[in-house]
Design a protein around this ligand. Sequence first.
Ligand code: IMP
Length: 427
Amino acid sequence: MISVILGSQWGDEAKGKLTDLYAANADLVVRFQGGNNAGHTIVVGDETFKLRLLPSGVVQGRDVVLGNGMVIDPSILMEELGELTARSVPVGNISISDRAHVILPYHRQEDAILEELKGALKAGTTGKGIGPCYADKVSRIGIRFADLIDPQAFKEKLDTAYAIKEALFSSLGHDMTVSKQEIVREYSEYARILAPYVTDTSYLITSYHQQGKRILLEGAQGTHLDIDHGIYPYNTSSNTICGGACTGAGIPPHSIGRVLGIVKAYTTRVGTGPVPTELHDAQGRHLADKGHEFGTVTGRPRRCGWLDLMLVSYAHRLNHFDGIFVTKLDVLCGLEAVKVCVGYEHNGESLATFPSNMRVLSEVTPVYTEFPGWDFDCATIVAGGFDALPDAAKDYLKFIENELDIPLYGFSIGPKRSETITFRDIF
Ligand code: IMP
């Protein structure tokens, strides 16, 4: 069976923790899009792991795949492999798609140049070269892992791409920061070390599936960062939705058995663009401080606001969640009242769907349902589960479940595995 875990908001919904938890019952864990713009924090006992590329299941010794839909910076992958080995983590089998694209130094440089030029339209990228690498893929001047490990193909493709970048950068007044010779030297070494991991991962995933094994597809970022359906142009450059799992892993749509949507109990956003429920007051600071809302990759403070069900219901339309999992419920403890956005109004009219026009999105007035605040002690909930929650917190979860009409698969009240209360497995 193939199950997919996806973020329903703007990323950072604590998916890594859930993937790690459900990976315990999986045979294979697959990442299908994005690159080291993602950052997953996993706490196992007293140890904290911060992964950017490797699927979370790797920490549990599961077999893992970096799928063809990913853009991979080999230097970061080498760092992650080195760190896991240094910390004696029993790393499972790691496979890298031969069709995944390679991030090169000029992609990072281009990311910085373009952000600078875009002014108000900049997305506030992570600066890791993600967008330029995907752009090269679509322009068909990208370099894939199949090329990286073939010295002749690598040279041929790099010659062409480098010449194009050199001309582009120079027309914008920039020199290339890394020479072609340096790239060849550095990347030939990566190729030598990573070649044994490179394979046709679509074939591999299919053969696990045919053997009846359990496969977990782990989304990175969130639905509203999707290149087609996110808040364009303030989104990322890959398809983060369930459809992206098919193209990015190389599997047919009907092979997907179950889709779990991760819903943070409030909203966060790292980057630019409109966030209708953003709070600029003490309540927003409460969410940021208590939720430790700083980007895992960039360390930037995240913008915080009330839970926005307009975002999540649009995410449900795109992904058809079989279940939702509400994370970070503890962060709402101690507030006098808690609000949930259930609709948008624009020019006095209620909007039926999520707006595509960013000017409209920036002008909407959220319609809120208000709940009394609550407080709880996490140890009591770890011991007693859902029943031990205060009534107001129970009502909050039930409201979300009813409003979206999607079963609640569980909720979490902290980063530790024991602080995650699950009602159902996803396999
Ligand atoms: P990029 O993916 O680095 O090109 O960044 C594009 C936009 O997506 C920026 O607004 C980033 O802040 C945002 N973004 C990218 N990755 C993540 C993530 O893992 N969590 C939250 N936001 C992200």
